[in-house]
Design a protein around this ligand. Structure first.
Ligand code: NAD
Length: 262
């Protein structure tokens, strides 16, 4: 993809303070976009945004008033909004028989409610007549856990499955009603961010692996091409955000080295 594929575009990335979100923000900026990094972690979020000449907004994705404020500040700073990446997410590892309802709801809230609010505010703002009004792209971070069941990740699977079909419904509405906004989901397998490391470690806590070495071996065996890298996800986001993805809408882009292909 050309290095200026997103020149003149404005992109908002939630959960951009670390991990995949930080890599996505850097990659979009490298393709020419002006970036807005949002997160609940203010210090880390500012540290990502500053070298990109980006804007940081403190933003809890589960809070609709925060969404209104994040969009308002984006438009004030850059005068446009073209790309929203709903990346913020959390996981909790628990067997179904032990999972507390509060934990289940917390995971649904950040991953699914957050993605719903982000998709809603993005489409309202970017559709013709909206405050930005020139169409665009929404990219929602689901997971392979939104495609297949994973032992110990029931709440996370429920949330990421919701993200998958919310994305398709939004994509159809946008196409049918002429919003000019493409909405797609990305489904990575394990990438060793803080969250990825926690998922591997949880195998021991859940009694699914005897120790850390056994957990690592089990995970390596599951991933036929090894773990992903943040850059793998960032490049997929860039493709879906740019005009080269013009006809891609309602798609689920699986990034797992073949883990779910069999
Ligand atoms: N790392 C993986 O292996 C993997 C695999 C598949 C999907 N994903 C998904 O990719 C996304 C990014 O994952 P990651 O590995 O970078 O995670 P991470 O835990 O490293 O980073 C998540 C970021 O989201 C922020 N965040 C959490 N709750 C928030 C809230 N309510 N409002 C705003 N920000 C909030 C955190 O502060 C953090 O900066 C998530 O949606 C995750 O579910 C990750």
């Amino acid at each position: 993809m050309e290095s200026n594929a997103l020149e003149g575009k404005v992109a908002l990335v939630t959960g951009g303070a670390r991990g995949l979100g930080a890599a996505i923000a850097r990659s979009l900026a490298a393709a020419g976009a002006q970036v807005v990094v949002t997160d609940v972690d203010e210090d880390a979020g500012r540290a990502v945004a500053a070298p990109l000449d980006g804007l940081f907004v403190r933003h809890d994705v589960t809070n609709e008033a925060d969404w209104a404020e994040a969009v308002k500040r984006t438009l004030e700073a850059f005068g446009a909004l073209d790309v929203v990446v709903n990346n913020a997410g959390i996981e909790t590892a628990a067997l179904m028989i032990d999972c507390e309802l509060d934990d289940f709801r917390r995971v649904l809230s950040v991953n699914a409610d957050g993605c719903f609010l982000g998709t809603k505010w993005a489409m309202r703002t970017m559709r013709p007549g909206g405050a930005a009004g020139r169409g665009g792209a929404v990219i929602n971070l689901s997971s392979v856990a939104g495609l297949v069941g994973v032992v110990g990740l029931g709440a996370y699977c429920a949330a990421k499955g919701a993200v998958r079909l919310l994305t398709k419904s939004a994509a159809m509405e946008s196409a049918r009603l002429g919003y000019g906004v493409r909405v797609n989901s990305i489904h990575p397998a394990i990438i060793k961010t803080d969250m990825g490391v926690a998922v591997v470690n949880s195998l021991v806590d859940l009694g699914l692996a005897a120790d850390a070495d056994a957990a690592e071996a089990l995970m390596q065996q599951m991933h036929p091409m090894g773990y992903g890298r943040p850059q793998d996800v960032a490049e997929a986001v860039r493709y879906l955000a740019a005009g080269s993805g013009r006809w891609v809408n309602g798609a689920e882009l699986v990034l797992d080295g073949g883990l779910t292909a069999g």
